[in-house]
Design a protein around this ligand. Structure first.
Ligand code: PLP
Length: 396
């Protein structure tokens, strides 16, 4: 029997977020959906915009051969041009369609990027800011690198630049960030990113190789009154991984892109390595129908109304009850302090009241839980008596 041990371990251990969601679904079937308050998944609760349906309707009038056929591996030229033009309008940059590689969402983008920059068997390391999206470790390790966790500043949840500087060594090939952040909802400030960039420039010079900044941005459009800085304008050797899973509510359709900005010192080689990595991993091309949707919908604004309303209801409800949390600046997650140091024990008590957040151990730190507020408004409002009961139970 020949089984890849890493694949076996990942298959056998499962994602705890998905396990909680599966428990939530089973519990809803048992006691009624209205009695379970499932805050586990990051599945958008806002429907995809009408423009997406219109675009699909239009695409369906095309001959089936061209609609369903293979596209170029990097994506349809018109789709890449639409994305490049949009970025140039928004960020005053001068990107070309050739700088873009369309992918199966941010997960696909990250897998391709790490396989493009990590030299297997060379003891490469990728540093991530903890707490972090758990799949990062899977993508990094699968590419053959070590995932090095660097805790965020515990007060602000901005990048702890001094800690990051201490963690970078001659093996570091990249630092991975995501802002707006999952799970905390923080948005890294211009100053924080500039400080990080200064460290990366210095360390690249010290170790004689480029240290990339991989910026994972599926939540870029989900920000509440703060500006999300454009990272390639701050650090030349940035690679952006983007997805329409959250901004256009299309997580099941698997569409996103990788941008290799022309500021990268080894831009042309990197573009080839990204293409080779997509080929190596067998992606072939991004979903053709949704590449066409991008041509029509790349500038359709994200509908934030429901998340704004949910965010307000959740924050005001929980703060009235005396819960402590980090006020989210973006994404659709609330990072809340558990009422005891062991977040798993806290989660067990939540569960008894049918409250389902995700314990912070999944994200690489202790003492917190994540609540996804991409749920119905009613779920938030109706969960408040249970949160109240939970708080009171700790006062006894
Ligand atoms: N990166 C982060 C931070 C995420 O939260 C997610 C999904 O929740 C992904 C990447 C993967 O997103 P996609 O659906 O685009 O693959």
């Amino acid at each position: 029997m020949s089984i890849n041990q890493m694949s076996y371990a990942y298959g056998a251990s499962k994602s705890s977020i998905r396990e909680i969601a599966a428990y939530g679904s089973a519990r809803k079937a048992e006691i009624g959906a209205e009695n379970v308050f499932d805050f586990s998944l990051g599945n958008p609760s806002v429907p995809a915009p009408d423009a997406v349906r219109d675009s699909i309707g239009h695409a369906l009038t095309l001959p089936a051969v061209s609609l369903h056929g293979y596209t170029p591996a990097a994506g349809l030229p018109q789709a890449r041009k639409a994305v490049a033009d949009s970025l140039n309008r928004r960020f005053g940059t001068g990107y070309a369609p050739a700088d873009l590689y369309l992918t199966c969402g941010a997960a696909g983008s990250l897998s391709i990027v790490f396989n493009a920059i990590v030299e297997r068997d060379a003891a490469c390391e990728v540093a991530v800011v903890a707490p972090y999206f758990p799949e990062y470790k899977v993508f990094i390790e699968n590419a053959g690198a070590k995932c090095v966790e660097v805790l965020a500043d515990p007060a602000t949840f901005q990048i702890d630049v001094a800690a990051m500087a201490a963690a970078i060594n001659e093996h570091t090939v990249a630092v991975l960030i995501d802002s707006p952040n999952n799970p905390v909802g923080s948005v890294y400030s211009q100053q924080n990113l500039e400080d990080l960039a200064a460290v990366l420039r210095e360390k690249s010079a010290t170790y004689g190789h480029t240290i990339y900044l991989v910026s994972d941005e599926p939540y870029r459009e989900l920000a509440y009154g703060v500006e999300v800085p454009w990272v390639p304008s701050i650090y030349d050797a940035t690679i952006v991984c983007y997805s329409y899973s959250k901004s256009l509510s299309l997580p099941g359709e698997r569409i996103g892109w990788i941008l290799v900005p022309n500021t990268n010192p080894d831009h042309d080689s990197l573009v080839f390595a990204v293409a080779g990595s997509g080929r190596k991993l067998g992606f072939v091309c991004a979903p053709a129908l949704f590449q066409r949707v991008l041509i029509d919908c790349v500038d359709v604004p994200t509908n934030l109304d429901a998340y704004v309303r949910n965010r307000e209801a959740l924050l005001s409800g929980l703060s009235e009850l005396g819960y402590e949390y980090i006020e989210p600046q973006g994404a659709f997650y609330l990072w809340m302090k558990a009422l005891e140091p062991d977040e798993n024990a806290f989660f067990e008590r939540c569960k008894k009241l049918e409250l389902l957040p995700v314990p912070s151990e999944s994200f690489g730190c202790h003492g917190w839980v994540r609540l996804g507020y991409c749920v119905s408004y009613e779920t938030i409002v109706n969960s408040m008596p249970a949160w109240k009961k939970l708080k009171e139970s700790y006062a006894q």
